[in-house]
Ligand binder design. Structure first.
Ligand SMILES: [Zn+2]
Length: 436
């Protein structure tokens, strides 16, 4: 596939399909894609459809033998092979598979390689038995991307496609940080980054694609409360850090409800409490850990200092001390508005209901790409009607149905074609569909 020159421009036309304005695109094999140029999205959807049986088989294979973050070498090799490039370059335990011209501007699609440390609880014959589980749907994303890459390799596309097989989405430090700013990814000349995540809160057939922030910034906090330990029968000569820590937990609750603008989403959760070794001993310290999620940079800053100040002052009332330390996590996941609008139009043409309802205080390290590239995360519906209590993401019984592989592939292709239309000079996009 060649990269178009200045004399050519890719346009998404009013029917949502694309067409080359100028001369025809040329595929990887040097064949002209002329004739089909006005139907690139439908042609790619059709080609991806033919790859679905192999992709579903790959999904089962990946699902049956998942790997945890930092150990995804086998998964990465398998998916790179499925994408037709077993020797694709590595970035830590991830891989980059480029399809199309070896240089020039490209559009990238990210899929995550890692599973969670959960014992799977699903009835399928291809359930994992190794103590790790694809309970976040990453197996579906990888399989879908294999179908997308194979379709683009066969049919050609407006721009080269870079499949980013990313390690360690679920653990820290994030695998996206391995890639963003890496020599290998910088060499790909990425002009737009696309991500798709299955989501059970969105009904099947719908895709949530919203402009601007859709996921929160994430920080972890550790609060160490120190007192003076001793015999539980003589509390008056101790300074009990357990009592102080309990009051710290309660005092922190007012930071969101009373100190944060109610129009600004924010969450502070204390998730662990550790103190003591015996029922008849006042321990010397108590340790709390929690997570802080914010959308506004000013809230992120002010809440961090308010957590420190509130913990310290509260502990002091009990003649203890408290020190808060923060580990900075993902930034806000901020969708590029032009990509979101173009993708909404392409998704509608691909037959999806388009909504922008899913914004949450969840976080995803896809946010690191948003800082470096115009980026778009879409949430593909896998929710089934009448099953409000179905297991959700990160539940050991979460298992998207097999049709999710084709759904996600179609969403990825819509994102890819939309991104091409935004990236290429002179591109125009159709009006977004009417809101539902
Ligand atoms: Zn995930």
């Amino acid at each position: 596939m060649t990269t178009p020159g200045a004399h050519m421009a890719w346009r998404v036309t009013s029917n949502g399909y694309g067409s080359w304005q100028g001369q025809a695109a040329v595929t990887a094999g040097g064949r002209r894609a002329a004739g089909s140029a006005s139907t690139v999205l439908p042609a790619l959807l059709e080609a991806a459809g033919q790859e679905v049986p192999a992709a579903v088989a790959l999904r089962r294979e990946l699902h049956a033998s998942p790997e945890l973050g930092g150990h995804e070498t086998r998964t990465a090799s398998r998916v790179a092979a499925a994408l037709g490039d077993p020797d694709a370059p590595s970035v830590t335990t991830g891989r980059l598979v480029r399809i199309g011209a070896a240089s020039g501007p490209s559009v990238a699609i990210r899929a995550e390689l890692d599973a969670l440390p959960l014992t799977e609880q699903t009835p399928v014959g291809w359930a994992s038995q190794n103590g790790a589980s694809h309970s976040c749907g990453h197996d579906v994303h990888l399989a879908a991307l294999s179908a997308v890459g194979r379709a683009v390799r066969r049919t050609g596309g407006p721009l080269p496609l870079v499949a980013v097989l990313q390690p360690r989405e679920e653990s820290h430090p994030s695998g996206a940080q391995d890639l963003v700013g890496s020599r290998q990814l910088e060499a790909q000349d990425v002009r737009a980054m696309i991500g798709v995540h299955v989501h059970p809160h969105v009904p099947r057939g719908q895709v949530s694609v919203g402009p601007g922030p859709v996921n929160a910034a994430y920080d972890e906090v550790t609060i160490t409360v120190r007192g003076r330990g001793g015999h539980a029968a003589y509390p008056h000569v101790t300074r009990d850090p357990v009592i102080a820590a309990a009051h710290v937990i309660v005092a922190l609750q007012h930071l969101i409800s009373r100190r944060t603008d109610p129009m600004h989403p924010a969450v502070l959760t204390i998730g662990t409490v550790h103190a003591g070794t015996a029922a008849n001993v006042v321990p010397g310290q108590a340790v709390l850990t929690g997570s802080l999620r914010t959308f506004e940079p000013t809230d992120r800053e002010s809440l961090r200092s308010a957590v420190s100040a509130t913990a310290g002052a509260t502990a002091e009332a009990y003649e203890c001390t408290a020190q808060a330390t923060f580990t900075q996590g993902e930034p806000v996941l901020d969708n590029d508005p032009s990509l979101a609008a173009a993708a909404a139009a392409c998704l509608a043409q691909a037959g999806f209901g388009v909504v922008d309802s899913l914004r949450s205080c969840g976080s995803d390290d896809f946010a690191y790409y948003c800082v470096r590239y115009p980026s778009l995360m879409m949430f593909a519906g896998v929710g089934q009607p009448g099953t409000p209590d179905a297991p959700g993401l990160h539940h050991p019984a979460f298992l998207p149905r097999e049709e999710a592989v084709e759904d996600v592939a179609r969403v990825m292709l819509a994102g890819y074609v939309a991104a091409c239309s935004v990236v290429l000079p002179g591109a125009s996009v159709p009006a977004p569909p009417a809101p539902r």
